[in-house]
Ligand binder design. Structure first.
Ligand code: FAD
Ligand code: SF4
Length: 519
């Protein structure tokens, strides 16, 4: 028998595992395994675990509805790892078909750690392993590697243009970009101003059903001790719900997506973002249909080009680019710590209790919903961890645990690369560093905070601003070589010696108290 293993983030009926399926010789296997949520390095929050397990069970229902033979091990079966589940399935099959030999097929996992685990299991027990390409992505097998080979300093923008031309996305017959430009960033990335968001559309949410309720009960019975909450469960768990969520975004939030892509506002966790990353990453949605829906909205005059192009760039550009890079560097990326940052991640990342209002808002919404939009991840939680010089592996483990859309291929490049610059520029051309003034410009958090974003020293100094200058001071050796940051090193040197000393002392106080000196 050929065991066709469907992993928890591969929930699509378009899977290559299902093409040419022969029920006489093929059997599907799905397994909920506890080690994917709670081994020390692999924590997964309550919300993320609930979503993954519920979506798996809904998908199993759709396989059953097609009468496809399936072995499904729920959490209650007690298999700690995928390997253990495969060995149990082999045992079941050998009992039923003692004379047959077996093989294992899997679509390329989204985490190279799992691929290694499967390879080592197959070697150990002499099981033939067949790895199929993941056809969910826009890039074909080998396309990224071939494309990147021509660049000394590859950038996402060129990859994005390459895919837009090849797939005819928003290009004319001569492959020139729609609207005369590849990028409408000059129209995007606005702040809200004092009046706040012009509209506050409430996104469609999905109340838990009987399957999700049972998942929660099983999680409790299994005694999983996971961070965060899952009381306000709201995420799509089936393809039908994911399509509704996409439609809701296209109708109600896409028109303002570009304008306010980078803006943040107190008590507004979702704003004009699509909230489809978990559905895409679980493969309940296909990126092609997402792009088609957005382009169609533009063609019908329902959304402007700056919004649609900005959104398409996230999917065809960033999403595909980080995946391509992940498979080039998966062996060492996760362990990188090029800036030699060693501080433990501050305790408040796990409960959100801190007087820094931007952080408490951004962290509490992650604890409650498993969600933060890109700028909250990059320029609030990620920025603070970078300026605080937190160990990038600890930061990575937090992001992988806490967000409902977190899967290694996308989380590692974004966290270790883009956010923490631990790869020293493999992904980003410069570290994303800023003082509290950036957060003040892009949000109203600072007007609800006891700190002053303009101040780097003194009792009411904003910790972001203090740590920003401390970062420049600490890393000035290589920062002054960077054409875009060298100026800030000169600005540091222009400060009076006494001011520099006060900033250093305040930064040391923040480090030595785990950023909790105000509690
Ligand atoms: P929107 O803002 O509506 O964007 C639309 C879609 O574009 C997203 O659904 C996503 O599929 C894609 N996208 C946008 N930016 C990126 C990006 N930088 N990389 C890859 N895809 C992107 N995204 C994940 O899917 N999983 C993660 O684990 C993850 N971890 C991140 C960690 C850090 C430190 C940072 C800075 C970013 C991370 N991102 C991750 C990227 C991005 O923040 C999320 O994809 C986005 O916020 C999801 O919300 P949304 O669906 O509302 O996205
Ligand atoms: Fe965050 Fe500083 Fe603004 Fe407070 S003042 S919200 S800590 S940036």
């Amino acid at each position: 028998m050929n065991i066709k293993l469907i992993l928890g983030d591969q929930l699509t009926l378009d899977s290559p595992l299902l093409t040419e399926f022969n029920p006489a010789s093929d059997i599907l296997l799905m397994a909920e395994v506890s080690r994917e949520s709670q081994a020390p390095s692999l924590v997964s929050s309550k919300m993320r675990t609930t979503l993954f397990l519920s979506a798996m069970r809904h998908f199993a229902d759709s396989l059953n509805a097609q009468n496809l033979p399936l072995i499904y091990y729920p959490l209650t079966a007690g298999h700690p790892s995928i390997s253990a589940a495969i060995e149990a399935a082999l045992q079941e099959l050998s009992n039923k078909h003692p004379d047959q030999s077996h093989s294992l097929s899997v679509v390329l996992p989204g985490d190279s750690r799992l691929l290694k685990e499967l390879k080592s299991l197959s070697e150990k027990i002499g099981l033939k392993l067949n790895t199929l390409p993941d056809t969910h992505f826009l890039a074909e097998t080998g396309e990224f590697k071939q494309w990147i080979g021509q660049y000394k300093q590859p950038r996402m923008e060129y990859w994005y243009r390459h895919l837009r031309k090849r797939l005819n996305i928003l290009v004319d017959a001569k492959q020139k970009p729609e609207g005369g430009a590849w990028n409408f960033d000059k129209d995007n990335r606005k702040a809200f101003g004092k009046a706040g968001p012009p509209q506050r559309p409430i996104p469609l949410t999905f109340a838990e059903d009987a399957i999700t309720r049972q998942v929660k009960i099983d999680m409790e019975n299994a005694g999983l001790e996971l961070p965060g909450n899952n009381t306000a469960f709201c995420w799509p768990v089936s393809r039908e719900q994911a399509l509704q969520a996409l439609d809701d975004f296209i109708q109600h939030r896409l028109p303002l997506f570009g304008d306010y892509q980078d803006a943040m506002w107190r008590e507004e966790p979702f704003l004009y973002h699509s909230l489809i990353s978990s559905s895409l990453n679980l493969k309940l949605l296909d990126p092609r249909e997402v792009i088609t829906a957005a382009v169609e909205a533009y063609r019908q005059g329902k959304a402007p080009l700056n919004a649609v192009e900005g959104f398409v760039r996230q999917i065809a550009g960033w999403r595909e680019y980080v995946r391509g890079l992940y498979w080039l560097r998966h062996d060492d990326w996760e362990q990188m710590n090029g800036l030699e940052h060693q501080h433990s991640l501050p305790e408040f990342y796990w409960h959100g209790e801190t007087p820094m209002h931007c952080l408490s808002q951004s962290i509490k919404q992650v604890l409650d919903y498993g969600y933060g939009h890109h700028i909250q991840r990059l320029m609030v939680t990620g920025l603070f961890a970078l300026l605080y010089r937190a160990d990038p592996q600890a930061v990575h483990r937090w992001y992988l645990a806490m967000y409902v859309d977190a899967v290694a291929w996308v989380e590692i490049p974004n966290t270790i690369g883009m956010s923490q610059y631990a790869d020293q520029g493999f992904l980003a051309s410069k570290p994303y560093i800023a003082s509290g003034s950036y957060i003040q410009r892009m949000s109203n958090y600072c007007s609800h905070c006891r700190f002053n974003p303009k101040k780097a020293q003194g009792e009411d100094a904003c910790p972001f601003t203090t740590l920003y200058w401390s970062f420049i001071d600490h890393h000035q050796g290589w920062l002054q070589q960077n054409p875009r940051l060298g100026m800030q090193v000169r600005n540091w040197h222009n400060k009076a010696t006494e001011e520099q000393q006060q900033i250093r002392e305040r930064a040391e106080l923040i480090f030595s108290t785990g950023a909790s000196m105000w509690n």
